[in-house]
Structure formats: C-alpha cells, structure tokens
Design a binder for this molecule. Structure first.
Ligand code: MV4
Length: 610
C-alpha cells in the first residue's frame, strides 16, 4: 500500500478522499490555490503545497501538481472529480513521472472522452446504444436523411461533448441547418473539436447510471444503479439508489450490460456507465471515468467504500469483495446542498457561511468541507454539502431525508435546502416519476410556494449547538420576571406564564416608529400613455454583474434597441451559466466587456439609455 498520496482537488471530495486515505494509514498531501489556504482539506492534510497562479486555473495545472507530488514524495495522485480527473494527458504524465494516477488507464479515459468512440466500443460489446450514427456527420443533407430514418426529434451532439454542451434537439428537417452549425460551433468552442453525431432524441427519459469497479486482476463488478433524473440545466440536484420503478428484468439487463461494457474496456478503478431509460428500454449514453459526486448513495446501499477500493486497486491490490458479496439493501437519497437561491433561478450565492451545523441523526451522512465562518469562494462550484440518507425502504428514506434537511443549519447564504424539501413532498417524486425534464418544467410551481416551503422548514434545532453560556461572544440573555396571563381559546381558559427574554443589544435597537409622509404621485406621470413612456422601471440602465464571473457570450450590439426581459449576455459564475436580462427597455449605449473576459462583482457590463 502507498505511504503517501497527493489529492489534486478541493472541497468536499478532497475531504472525502482524505478520510479514505487516513483509514488506510496513508499520509495525505494537499494542494491548494492561494484563496483556499483556509480550506478544510488544507487544514486536515499532513503536508500542503500552495499552487501559484490564478485560483480558477491552479487545480488544472497538471505539471505543477505533479511537481508538488514529486517534491512531497507522494507515490500516487487522486484527482477526485472535475478538474484533471478525466484528463488522459494528465493521467499519462503522472505515469511518466513515476506517480500512480488513481483512476483508469489513460487510453480508456481518452477513448471514453470521445462520445462516438464510446458508442462504437459499446455497441461492439453488445451494449444497447441510442439509435443513431456511429460515424461523425458533417452534411446537412446527411442529418436530414437520419431524421427521416429515425423519425424526429433527433439530437445532434458534439463528439467531444458532455454535460449538455454541444447538444441540439431538432424537431423538423428545416431546423437541421441551424442546429448542426450550433452544435459544431459549441463543440469547437468548448472542446476544440467540431465533430458531431446524431441520435434519436428521447423526450422524457430517466437518467440511470451503473457504478462499476474493475481491478488489475481482471475482476469487474457492478454496485447497482443510481437514478439522477432530478436535475436542472444538467446540474444534478437529487439522486437515489436504487432507481425507483425500474423493473427487475430491466435492472438485471442494465447491470449485465454495464459489466459487459466495463469488461470490454478492461476497466480498472471506479467508473460509471450512464444510460437513458425510457419505459422498458435502456440505452448507453456515456462512460464517466472518475469517482462521481453521487457515489455516497451507492456506498450507503452496498456498504462498500468506493474511494478506498480506488486507492487499493491503484496500489495493485485486487477488489476486496466479489460480485456475489454485493447486496443492495434499502434506499439512499442524496441532496446536493448548493450555495444557490432556488427561488431566484438557482443563482449562485458566494459568501460567508456564518453557521454550519450538520444533523446528528442516525442513517444520515454529510459530506462537506464547510465549517462555521467558511467563505464560499466565487471561483469554484457552489456545492456546500451532500446530505446522504438511508432508509429500509423508499418511504422511510424520504421521511428521514426531510427530517434531516430540516435540521441541517446553514446560515449566511441561500441554499438549495428548500428545493429538496419541496421536491420530496411532490407526488411525482413520491411515485418515482421525476424524469430528466421534470424539475425544469415544475420549478415555477416551487417559486409560487416559496412562503409555505420556508414556513415548513420552520426554526431549526441546532443539534450541535453549545449552550449560550459556553459561547462567550453570544449576547447575554436575561430572563425578566415571569407574569401570569389568562387566555381563553374556544371557550377554554388557559393560564400561561410569559417571561420576556431580553438582551441589551436587542432592546437598544428598537427605535420609535416615525411615519414619513407619502410623496404624492405626479398626475402627469400617470396620465402619460404607455406607448410613449419608456419602460424604465426606475432602472438607471447601468447593467452590473451580480458576482465575480466570466463573460461567455454577448447577445446584443451597441445601438440595438432592447425590450424588458431580453437576454443581454451570458455570464458564467461558479461553473453555472446565467443569463443577464434587460430590466428596462432602451438602446444599448455602450458595452464595457468582451466575451471571454473575467469580471468582478458589481462591474459595469453595459449601459442601456432612453
Ligand atoms: C440525450 C437525451 C435524449 N435523447 N440523448 C444531456 C447531457 C448529455 N450527457 C446527454 N444528454 C441527453 N442526451 C438522446 N438521444 C437527453 C439528454 C438529457 C439529459 C441526460 C441526462 C441527464 C439530464 C439530461 C437533461 C436533459 C437532456
């Protein structure tokens, strides 16, 4: 076994890998960006390297990370997920530097990075793939022929794509030209390749993925499946294992196909076979050659530590169990708790977490790198914590997850907790009917229920709170003398004792209420007809960025007239794209940024004038 490994990641997954390594008695080297100095993975590590460079780039700097591993004498690197995890060149460079990459073989990573190559290998291995092309397409007429052959809708996908980028849905022959060009352009922009292919488009599939693990001795096993259909804009929100409503016959075929796929690849380490399930049919979609965010639900139902197995396998050891030993027991649900406001189209919310307290409840696991006072940085994704809950059956798991959500305390930033509480209460979720399109179609129902959802969350019990007396800087609360009152409720008389809890700060902050005279509205403004009055909504026309981010695309030109609600530009912050919409109408007076530029919070992006 290794004596020392380096973790080339941050956040909750770096902490998760640290836990597995420590249990195996391995020393851990952390690396971090400058602003991550205060991060939990840094504080836990035996040794730390602060990487030089921009915070958004250092975790992608393979050579610098390999250099740190060499200096530290680390024998292996765990890449976690994201960043360098599916970078075949990095995996290869680790090998060349004499460092073990904890993951699959570089050629397997490279092959699965090409979606056409993956489709070719999978269909050869006897795994059902979505009907469509195996070879890339370039001509409009060729795509139209495929449209007639498979029937519309069809999907045009970037061969190097993934996660929804470079995906275009085409519903008729006349839409092909534009969609083909769009998919090619996105493929080139994001992945450096304009190669695209065509599939029949499935309208409302479930996203079901199979966890597989292989070792160097040629053993390949599955650890059952996860349903990850609850997603918004390709960001998964809630996952569960096993997949609800999957018939035993389809499940058996799916798991068998996943093992065939992994065997054909001589797969080593942990991986995921992603499929779309549509009624009784399932189709291979992609292979993810990394440990996934949602791996804990599989760990909860199988009892197998996936990260520990990854490390053992990388060290040359065989799998610590056989397929026949793997039993899936009960149901596990994961809620991704993101620093996002679910009532404001899941807008990322960087900032300070003033209080973070996890529910100490049986059958609940929280994977997180957060702590009281932790600053959520704008450079990285918005995942604060993963709440993972197990129950003997789905009803128990759902009820327990709701209870745990209500007792997870995260103060200082908005989170996706209310979303999860709402989702768990929906009939569609209870029935296992949430498909990949469901959340987007129903998010506005949630917004309408905002007050009721927040009320149902209630006042949280902080299960790890110290008594006030143990907290020296907490305000000192004095209990004033109790007074007795008689209260009559529906003719029944109660005697209640009321005592006022007062702290000096709170009493001083109470100010007398002074009524301000309301300004009379000028009759002139009201009388002005709608057609001539520009809809300024009282907005100055200065369009500012709400947060630190990257300008992805500018959708308007100087001098152009815009209407209220029109899309102005696309910003990417915390790995999420958000559209900036016009809050008023007018003419674009100036555009102060360029596509590809990084902007600070409150930066002036463009100006709309009358
Ligand atoms: C599809 C599909 C329907 N039919 N392909 C989106 C991301 C990429 N991994 C594949 N994706 C899809 N491919 C065909 N032929 C629907 C999706 C899809 C999706 C897939 C998994 C999870 C969430 C999704 C959300 C929207 C669309």
């Amino acid at each position: 076994m290794f004596k020392k490994i380096l973790i080339a990641n941050r956040g909750e997954i770096a902490v998760r890998i640290w836990k597995a390594a420590k249990e195996l008695g391995i020393k851990v080297v952390a690396c971090a960006s400058e602003p991550d100095r205060q991060a939990l993975h840094v504080r836990l590590a035996d040794e730390v390297y602060i990487l030089s460079g921009e915070p958004t780039k250092v975790y992608l700097d393979g050579p610098q990370i390999i250099e740190a591993a060499k200096r530290a004498g680390a024998e292996a690197i765990h890449p976690g997920y994201g960043f360098l995890a599916e970078n075949a060149d990095f995996a290869r460079q680790c090998g060349e530097a004499g460092i073990v990459f904890i993951g699959p073989q570089p050629d397997v990573i490279a092959a699965m990075g090409s979606k056409v190559e993956a489709r070719r290998l999978m269909s050869k291995a006897g795994v059902p793939v979505v009907p469509g092309t195996i070879d890339p397409v370039t001509e409009v007429s060729a795509v139209q022929e495929l449209g007639s052959k498979f029937g519309y809708p069809i999907a045009i996908k970037a061969a190097a794509g993934g996660g929804g980028r470079g995906l275009r849905v085409v519903r008729s022959a006349d839409e092909v030209e534009k969609a083909l060009a769009g998919a090619q352009r996105e493929g080139l922009n994001y992945f450096g390749s304009n190669e695209v292919y065509v599939e029949k488009y499935l309208e409302r599939p479930h996203h079901v993925e199979v966890q597989i693990i292989g070792d160097n001795q040629g053993n390949v096993v599955h650890l059952f499946e996860r349903d990850c259909s609850a997603q918004r804009r390709h960001q998964k929100l809630t996952e569960e294992s096993p997949a609800p409503k999957l018939s035993q016959t389809v499940r058996a075929k799916l798991l068998d196909a996943a093992c065939k796929a992994a065997s054909a690849l001589k797969y080593r380490s942990a991986g995921t076979i992603e499929c779309l399930v549509w009624g009784e049919e399932f189709y291979f979609l992609e292979v993810n050659t990394r440990v996934q965010v949602e791996h804990p639900i599989t760990e909860m139902v199988t009892g197998i530590d996936i990260v520990k197995e990854q490390i053992r396998i990388a060290a040359g050891l065989p799998l610590s169990f056989k397929q026949a030993d793997v039993v899936a027991r009960g149901v596990a649900i994961e809620c991704r708790i993101n620093a996002e406001d679910p009532f404001k189209s899941f807008m990322p919310q960087p900032g300070k977490v003033t209080k973070f307290s996890v529910p100490n409840i049986p059958w609940v696991r929280v994977d997180s790198a957060c702590y009281d006072g932790y600053e959520i940085l704008p450079f990285y994704d918005s995942l604060i914590a993963k709440l993972v809950v197990w129950g003997r059956d789905r009803d128990e798991a759902i009820a327990r997850t709701e209870f745990a959500l209500k007792n997870l305390v995260i103060d200082g930033v908005q989170t996706t907790i209310p979303f999860h509480v709402w989702l768990l209460q929906q009939e569609a979720f209870k029935n296992g009917d949430v498909d990949t399109t469901w959340v987007e179609a129903h998010a506005k129902d949630m917004v309408a229920e905002k007050d009721a959802i927040n009320a149902s969350l209630g006042v949280k019990a902080d299960l790890t709170a110290k008594p006030d007396s143990a907290n020296s800087d907490a305000p000192q609360i004095t209990r004033l003398a109790e007074r007795q009152f008689e209260v009559t409720v529906n003719q029944r008389v109660f005697t209640v004792g009321v005592s006022e809890l007062a702290d000096s700060a709170r009493i001083e902050s109470v100010k007398p209420i002074t009524k301000t005279k309301s300004q009379p509205t000028p009759a002139r403004a009201l009388a002005r007809p709608e057609s001539v009055k520009p809809e300024t909504n009282g907005h100055s026309g200065n369009v500012k960025s709400e947060m630190h981010g990257l300008v992805k695309e500018i959708l308007v030109k100087p001098g152009e007239n815009v209407k209220v609600g029109q899309r102005l530009l696309i910003l990417e912050a915390m790995k999420m794209e958000s559209e900036i919409l016009a809050k008023r109408e007018g003419k674009i007076a100036s555009i102060n940024v360029k596509a590809g530029e990084t902007v600070e919070a409150k930066a002036l992006l463009l100006v709309i004038s009358d």
